[in-house]
Design a protein around this ligand. Structure first.
Ligand code: PLP
Length: 391
């Protein structure tokens, strides 16, 4: 009998990958599946980015790179942050990692241990709670409410901070809700943190920073220089440039934590794929029209899916402000989130993810990703209508 470390029993998972696996099995068995489950752009990586990786391979970039990333890429990220977020960040605070998730893992490992408390959004990206519990820390949910358009209330968060709170995790625009935090609320949170809680670190997951709608500004925590010595800013290439499979992410770390983050990288993955890092430079410095085109396509789909969901029996759906997800309320269907998820997949071939996959507070909701064509979204909505009319 193998004796695993006890913490393994506390490690959760991301159910979106289970749904994807089940949808693939059904599709291989001949069923026509529309996948609104997985959170990745349905576009190809723009050609000039692919070409940069191919060129890097031909140019012989086959070896290890410095662990925090090649200097040109770290510089390129720093320049991009100046250009797009008006934030002056030196390149030596940037650590390149294989995907946004790795920054999350490192930050939570750095602060989590028994006795520590870490605040995280719920419903939220499931890996936060999973890794917090893995470290033995207490996972304290920040409730995100539909009536608040899934934004947070600064005073509620400030009231949840105790002397044991080490890390506060924020995610705006958010998965799974598409909610985004307005500037005034963020101002309130930052001034409360500055005045009363100088020892709490912040992990701001801004992986959807470039995907917002209706001219809504993305409020980056990088725009608050007073947080520089305790802000870990997570972003990356996956969603912005349709590069989920390349495994390319980065973080801006407080100066004092760069060495720790680099040590974790050395222990974990040594460095990110060398050719992919050259592609990352091309993505940031090359034309951005593919990003703009993708966001306007998402915007059109957002309108279609919100209107369609609101016409389904028992379903009501707020209009999301960012990312490419909707999180409709399904309580009046009389079904639990998990039952509706399973029935949509198995009876009508539509893959979605139950709200409870994003934390207990996701009961009564279901996540649809609209990273799929308008045509497929319309078919999926027709199929969902057919199912729900019969419930
Ligand atoms: N953060 C959030 C909120 C996400 O939704 C995701 C992916 O779905 C990630 C981080 C992870 O991104 P990556 O694929 O770059 O690891």
């Amino acid at each position: 009998m193998l004796r695993l470390a006890e913490k393994m029993s506390r490690l959760g998972t991301e159910t979106a990958f289970d749904v994807l696996a089940r949808a693939d099995v059904l599709a291989r068995g001949g069923q026509d599946i529309i996948n609104l489950g997985i959170g990745q752009p349905d576009f190809k990586t723009p050609e000039h980015i692919v070409e940069a990786a191919v060129k890097a391979l031909h140019d012989g970039h086959h070896g290890y790179t410095p662990s925090p990333g090649i200097p040109q890429l770290r510089e390129s990220v720093a320049q991009d942050l100046v250009k797009r977020r008006g934030a002056k960040v030196s390149a030596d605070r940037i650590v390149i990692v294989p995907g946004g998730k790795v920054t999350m893992f490192f930050a939570i490992l750095m602060f989590g241990e028994p006795g520590a408390e870490i605040l995280y959004p719920n419903p939220g990206f499931p890996i936060y709670q999973s890794v917090i519990e893995f470290t033995g820390a207490k996972a304290v949910p920040i409730r995100l409410l539909e009536e608040n358009d899934f934004s947070f209330d600064a005073d509620t968060i400030l009231g949840q901070i105790t002397e044991n709170t080490r890390l506060l995790i924020l995610n705006s625009p958010a998965n799974p809700t598409g909610g985004a935090v307005p500037r005034a609320e963020m101002d309130r949170l930052v001034s409360g943190l500055t005045e009363k809680h100088p020892n709490v670190a912040i992990l701001s997951d801004e992986i959807y920073s470039r995907i917002t709608y209706d001219d809504r500004e993305h409020v980056s925590l990088l725009s608050y220089p007073e947080l520089d010595d305790r802000l870990i800013l997570l972003d990356g290439w996956s969603k912005t440039y349709a590069m989920t499979g390349w495994r390319m992410g980065y973080a801006v770390w407080p100066e004092a934590l760069v060495e720790g983050a680099t040590r974790l990288a050395v222990n974990c993955h040594s460095c990110v794929n060398s050719a992919a890092q050259y592609a990352g430079i091309a993505a940031l410095e090359g034309p951005q029209d593919a990003v703009d085109g993708m966001v306007s396509a998402f915007d059109e789909r957002r309108r279609v899916i919100v209107a369609g969901l609101n016409s389904l029996p028992g379903v009501s759906c707020r209009t999301p402000i960012g990312a490419f997800y909707v999180f409709p309320n399904i309580r009046k269907t009389g079904l639990t989130a998990r039952v509706l998820q399973d029935r949509l997949l198995e009876e009508v071939g539509v893959a979605t993810v139950a709200g409870t996959s994003f934390g207990a507070l996701g009961e009564g909701y279901i996540r649809f990703s609209y990273a799929n064509s308008v045509e497929n979204i319309e078919i999926a909505l027709d199929r969902a209508a057919e199912l729900l009319r019969a419930v």
